[in-house]
Design a protein around this ligand. Sequence first.
Ligand SMILES: O=C(O)[C@H](O)COP(=O)(O)O
Ligand SMILES: [Mg+2]
Length: 415
Amino acid sequence: MPGITYEDFLDLEYDPADSDLVCAFRVEPAADMSMEAAASRVASESSNGTWAELQVEGSVTDLSATAFAIDGDEIRVAYPEELFEPGSMAQVLSCIAGNIMGMKAVERIRLLDCEWPEPLATSFPGPGFGTSVRTEIFDAPNRPITATVPKPKVGLSTEQHAGVGYDAWVGGIDLLKDDENLTDQSFNPFHDRLTESLDARDRAEEETGERKSYLVNVTADANTMLERADAVAAAGGEYVMVDVITTGWAAVQTVRERCAELGLAIHAHRAMHAAFDRVPSHGVSMRVLAQIARLCGADQLHTGTADLGKLENEDTVGINEWLYADLYGLNDVLPTASGGLHPGLVPELIERCGTNICVQAGGGVHGHPDGTAAGAKALRQSIDATVEGIPLEEYAEDYPELAVAIEKWGTETPR
Ligand SMILES: O=C(O)[C@H](O)COP(=O)(O)O
Ligand SMILES: [Mg+2]
């Protein structure tokens, strides 16, 4: 009988096929293993091998991955397309980020990057809108759109929440956003919040003459998310928000299908991503999580603040560039910068990330000394000034809300 050993998964002469999925990993081998042995164990365990030499009866489809490059502590592995179930992110991840994350052959392993081949990439839907939300939902072709999360993140009643939304919208914010842990709790039930917030949205639209929208957090089990998405569409909403990491990609794919029928966009919050990507030597990079989010159909995704905000960030700018780049005709994704932003940080944020983004500020709006409406005005003023190329200090001479925000926060990075 033929044997399969894990050495069979290393071939430094291998030239990947166009249809292969190529993954880059950073690997720290176990103390008693060479990098070559660890690389072949990674390829083996993530495709069709295991720790033991296999005695195979009859012929089986060869689904072996091949570790084909080793460069210092980075390796590259090519996976044949037949290994994957098209359109199933859960199955893909059970291969390329499955058992290998915990196997003893490696002390640490991080999935750094993927090169997605066309057949596999296009077996996923991608976003329905992507960056076109700026013109298809809003009329903001030349500036970042803005969002705000009422704070405290949980505890406001439905009436308080919708009231904060109204003030923010009237002050110049485009999107009211639920926070990641606000879904359907007794102090602010989902359906009441949806109705009251969209009523407030309609009033704010009438008053300002601008398009406004609401990122209502539908996060739940998949069936409940579908019911909530239906309710959003019936109530006249344009978006659902999903905590994509905590719900899981299979559920995101289910929601994406329903949103395609309903014409809704998806705002993806990445709460819990840092459990995968914060420790640089281990886990799954934010870059790869962002790739997955795009394939599964997120229209807007939190990608960090290019180091300006309160949260640790991987390479926000590089991730955003990947989200804009061509991917076999799949739509792009609008990056959302969020976490500790305030008006004083906007010029540098736009300098680093450009204008094709969503700028989200919670504390940086509601923490304004004169309240939410003033905070919303200050955020919008900082964006308008930056897009017009006017220094904030100069613009603030004519806009007192911005002057107060700058006086309070300057250009400090919060913690
Ligand atoms: O969910 C988010 O994006 C955060 O709640 C941002 O809040 P902050 O702007 O107050 O940091
Ligand atoms: Mg939040």
